[in-house]
Each structure stands twice: as C-alpha cells, then as structure tokens.
Write a protein that binds this ligand. Structure first.
Ligand SMILES: [Zn+2]
Length: 252
C-alpha cells in the first residue's frame, strides 16, 4: 500500500487515488472501483487511529533532501501556517518559531524516520547461558500521533527469552525510542519494535507492551485525561499462558 506517490495536496484525493484493494478500493468485474473517501471519513479514520501498514508509509524520495534542506523547507511552510492563523511573525517571541519547529521535527521528534539514525544493536553471545526471561520495564517513550501531529507518551515493557544471543540493555530503550520518533500509530509502533527485536535477537520469543497517553484524546475530541491505551504483542513462547503470567508478574 502506498499513499505517497501522488503529488496532489488534497488529502482525500490522495487517499482515494492511491488506495489499493484492501484499503479503500476493490475489484468489481475485473475493474478497480475506487471507494469514496470524503472529509468525514478522513476525520473518522483519524479518530479511530486507523493504521494502513506496518511499515511507516514513506515516499520514494524520502531521503533525497539533506536534513538542512528539509529544515529550510519545513521552516518556510510552518511560517505560512502561523501567518495563516493570523500570527504576527515580526513579534520577537514568534520570530524564531518556524526554525525551532523545523529543527525539532527533523533532528528530534521525527529523527526515527531516517534509517541513518537507527541505533546499532549488535547482539553478542549469551556467555552466561542465561536462558530465562529478561524484562526491561517502564521504558519511557515519546512519539507523535500521525493523525493529529500531537504527542503520544508512555511506557514500554519489553521482554525476551534469549536464544544464544543477547543485546545491551540500553539498546532496548534506544530501539523503542528510535521507532517512537516518527509520526506513529500505537499499534504500528508496537509491531515495529517487536519485529526489530526478533531480528536483532534471532528469536521469536519476544513480547512488547505499550501503555500510552494520546494528546489527541486528552486535550481535544473526547477530552478524556484518565484513559490510556494499551497495546501488546506476544510472540513465540510468550503466547504460552504461564510465560505470559510470569511476564505480567514482573511488570505489575
Ligand atoms: Zn491522534
């Protein structure tokens, strides 16, 4: 699925024209029938935190521009957004905001879009032959809701059962934070962390639980500041109820 090849600015055209058969269009008598996406649907999708793909939808030209070129462009556009809102950019307090936002996007909160920023998590031999569950709990992460571009923040609990290989403990935190530093949907963040850990550790026995707050739920829409969202993925041995119970004991 790819929403990204299209140059049009209109968000609903963009979605409708690029949707494939499992997402917005379907085949009827051999012909592709485009589903209608109106603005209401787009808004509804955002509220439901609809996820289109486990991979972050990136354009083919995502890394053609340097970080500096991206910051320059974002800064220009952000200035336009602020001006459109009616803000006076000659004010000393607002003057530097477009640049600050651009730098924050590229260098900080969306730096996890760029594979060059991915932490190198080399696994090494499990010399102590520790083959019990290892749990890294309460890993703090900050992410951004891709539907509203406002913060998601929470805790991750990551567990695995070593299969000959282990990685440095801090790498678990760093991997969580790398995938969090993208426009995200919580379910996708969960899947991306799990997939990467399986790859790095060479085992299916991985569990990732995320408990997160969404600013888009807290401060707008239903305005519920009490709720948090829990997602979890249990693979391999973690699907066994006893193993799962042991994990819950460790993180509770
Ligand atoms: Zn949202």
């Amino acid at each position: 699925m790819n929403f990204n090849t299209n140059k049009k600015n209109d968000i609903h055209n963009n979605i409708a024209e690029n949707a494939d058969c499992c997402n917005g269009s379907h085949h009827k008598n051999g012909k592709i029938v485009k589903a209608k996406f109106d603005l209401e649907t787009v808004e509804e999708m955002g509220e439901n935190h609809f996820m289109s793909s486990f991979n972050t939808p990136l354009r083919k030209d995502a890394f053609d521009l340097s970080d500096e070129e991206k910051m320059e462009t974002i800064s220009k556009h952000f200035r336009k957004i602020m001006e459109t809102l009616g803000l006076d950019l000659t004010d000393d307090s607002l003057n530097g905001t477009p640049h600050r936002v651009a730098k924050m996007y590229v260098k900080e909160i969306f730096s996890g879009l760029d594979p060059k920023n991915k932490p190198v998590a080399r696994s090494f031999e499990n010399k102590y032959a520790y083959n019990e569950m290892l749990v890294e709990r309460n890993i703090t992460f900050h992410s951004t809701c891709e539907h509203h571009f406002v913060p998601i923040w929470g805790k991750a609990h990551v567990a695995y059962i070593p299969n000959g290989n282990v990685i440095g403990l801090s790498k678990l935190n760093r991997l969580v934070q790398y995938f969090a530093k993208r426009p995200q949907v919580q379910e996708r963040l969960n899947v991306q962390i799990t997939k990467e850990l399986k790859k790095v550790l060479g085992t299916e026995d991985v569990a990732v639980i995320l408990d997160a707050n969404h600013m888009c739920v807290h401060s707008r829409g239903v305005k519920d500041i009490q709720s948090s969202t829990v997602t979890a993925q249990y693979s391999g041995k973690f699907q066994n109820p006893d193993v799962k119970a042991e994990l819950f004991k460790h993180i509770s």
